[in-house]
Design a protein around this ligand. Sequence first.
Ligand code: ZN
Ligand code: ZN
Length: 164
Amino acid sequence: MPAAAPLEDHSIEFRLAVPEGEGYIGNPDDYVDAAGYEALQQNLAETDSDGRRGASPTSKASVEALETTEIKSELEALACAVCKDIVGVGEMVKKLPCGHGYHEDCIIPWLGSRNSCLVCRYELPTDDAEYEEERKKRATAAAAPSSSSGGIGGISGDYETQFF
Ligand SMILES: [Zn+2]
Ligand SMILES: [Zn+2]
């Protein structure tokens, strides 16, 4: 029963003790500024990542599912849109579902922070559930062409099963 009273006393004592400490009373503004500054920095960081919501990383499953082939002849050589260099004979080319190819070493880091083809903006599945919802809505609204939906649908379907 008397437990509440001592507790209250304690907190009052504590609060009284703080202003008595040197420095705190001398420059309370400095103290607030420093704390406020940190909060602001954190806020900015969070706002920043939220602002880039449109650029979600491609889901790992989709990246792993991408076809990698070796360029066997000059006819297959193509330009990598990441480094603007040619993927030549003997080099490995990573193909996105849209058919555009890149150096494996170029497109993997890119897909680690984005989910779109640099050439045609084709969007790959992401690990971001919210983003996927948005994308489905957009795809339905735009009545996407049926050409490549089979393979992609399989990948994202698989992925969703794992996710949930
Ligand atoms: Zn490249
Ligand atoms: Zn493309």
